[in-house]
Design a binder for this molecule. Structure first.
Ligand code: HEM
Length: 412
């Protein structure tokens, strides 16, 4: 079936008003897994589902350059980052990121995160929001793991700066500008450390990801310039802090489905892993991913020319009823005996981690989530009366209260 075209001249306001449900619901209205419309004046094909993800993640087909609006680019990636590269330059830089993701490198971070959370649960103040505490714990663990030295004051600053970048990535206007200022501060601090490393001091410990970034040579054989090193260090620290969002949704799911906590405590084979997969599938985090055509191709009887814009609905693909029966139901057991294809569970993008733009930190995210979910399942806590509303028009979303916990004890 050819791709239907929306009647409205521009759907930007619809996207902002409908948020996470926008693409999937429009597709359902058209009875198609894709439709064409204008977004911020640009002709765009929106699509959802496993086939669409396979089309989108064909290696070399799309570039992310010119696809992210500036307000999101400036907070999530920035010029010169791995996401903005293509071809050989991307392959070489991505290999650097993936070299940090072997199990023996990931495990210490997962363990440090769990220790950090256990400590905070032991000294919990009623009224504290889990999301805030998780960000502090993860920012500390991230800086240590990446190899970035930071005083207590600097850790506090990194936590606020990275949190603002994540919270405001989907907004524009003053809140976004303030977050950009904060980003610049974090980047300036990191640039100073990179400059120190280049001038013979050794602020980064040997073997750390930070030391590897500073020593890295790109596809052209040249070292990365200081600003790009700082961008990439931030590209490691910020998304580790962002895992706090997933873990907050995980805690909410433990609260709503206490039976799963018992299964995780009993260490029933794979219970924590299945739980984490279901949290990643259902959490409204990255709504979509956008690309511009690099290599022309044909899909659904339509020719896609160089430079054309395509938006793949990640959230909608993870809730596609063709892939998941009763998709809104939270059911970790649906992952029992099921191995995801590269295109049917895409909260962090699809395709191949090494050759494409799929999230470099997906395995790290899963490992951190699993260890923190185990800590939370073994702890006892209560969720007092509060506003847990999740506004699906705010991207990224979060339970309004940030999940306040009370009567907390680290081990039950
Ligand atoms: C918090 C949960 C996370 C979510 C929801 C998430 C989601 C995503 C998404 C949707 C993309 C874009 C995929 C594309 O363009 O096709 C991406 C890219 C990326 N992510 Fe993540 N991510 C997370 C955590 C992490 C972590 C922990 C790291 C590293 C420590 C990381 C590093 C990256 C990098 C470097 C890229 C760019 C990859 C490339 O362009 O080749 N992310 N992520």
């Amino acid at each position: 079936m050819p791709i239907p075209r929306a009647a409205a001249p521009d759907l930007t306001l619809g996207f902002l008003a409908e948020g996470y449900d926008f693409v999937r619901e429009r597709c359902a209205q058209y009875g198609s897994d894709a439709f064409e419309a204008r977004l911020m004046g640009t002709k765009t094909v929106f699509c959802v589902g496993e086939d669409a993800a396979q089309m989108f993640y064909e290696p070399g087909r799309f570039t992310r350059r010119g696809a992210l609006p500036t307000f999101a680019l400036k907070l999530l990636q920035d010029e010169g980052s791995v996401a903005t590269l293509d071809g050989e330059a991307h392959r070489v830089r991505k290999a650097l990121f993936m070299s940090f993701m072997a199990p023996e490198r990931i495990d210490p971070l997962a363990r440090a995160s769990a220790d950090g959370l256990r400590e905070r649960l032991a000294t919990w103040h009623d009224g504290a929001a889990l999301h805030d505490i998780l960000r502090e714990v993860l920012c500390r663990a991230a800086c240590e793991w990446v190899g970035v030295p930071a005083t207590e004051d600097e850790l506090e600053a990194y936590t606020h700066e990275t949190s603002a970048m994540i919270d405001e990535a989907g907004s524009f206007g003053p809140a976004n500008w303030i977050a950009r200022v904060r980003r610049n501060r974090a980047e300036a601090r990191l640039r100073d450390l990179v400059a120190a490393a280049r001038s013979g001091e050794s602020p980064f410990f040997e073997g750390s990801p930070a030391a590897a970034v500073v020593a890295h040579r790109g596809a052209d054989g040249a070292p990365l310039d200081e600003a790009v090193c700082a961008v990439e260090l931030l590209n490691l620290i910020r998304p580790i802090v962002a895992v706090a969002r997933f873990v907050t949704f995980a805690a909410l799911a433990l609260h709503r489905h206490p039976g799963h906590a018992a299964a995780i405590r009993a260490a029933e084979g794979g219970a924590a892993r299945r739980f984490v997969e279901e949290v990643r599938r259902t959490t409204p985090f990255f709504p979509v991913v956008a690309g511009r055509v690099r290599t022309p191709f044909t899909w659904r009887e339509r020719d896609f020319a160089q430079g054309e814009m395509v938006v793949l609905d990640l959230y909608g693909t993870d809730r596609d009823p063709r892939l998941y029966a009763d998709p809104a139901r939270f059911d970790p057991d649906r992952h029992l005996g099921r191995t995801p294809t590269p295109f049917d569970l895409v909260p962090q993008g699809g395709g191949d981690h090494f050759t494409g733009h799929r999230c470099a930190g997906e395995w790290l995210t899963i490992a951190i989530m699993q260890s923190l979910v185990e800590v939370l399942a073994h702890a006892s806590w209560r969720v007092p009366e509060q506003d847990l509303t999740v506004d699906l028009r705010k991207m990224p979303a979060l339970p309004k209260s940030g999940l306040v916990l009370a009567d907390v004890a680290p081990v039950r």
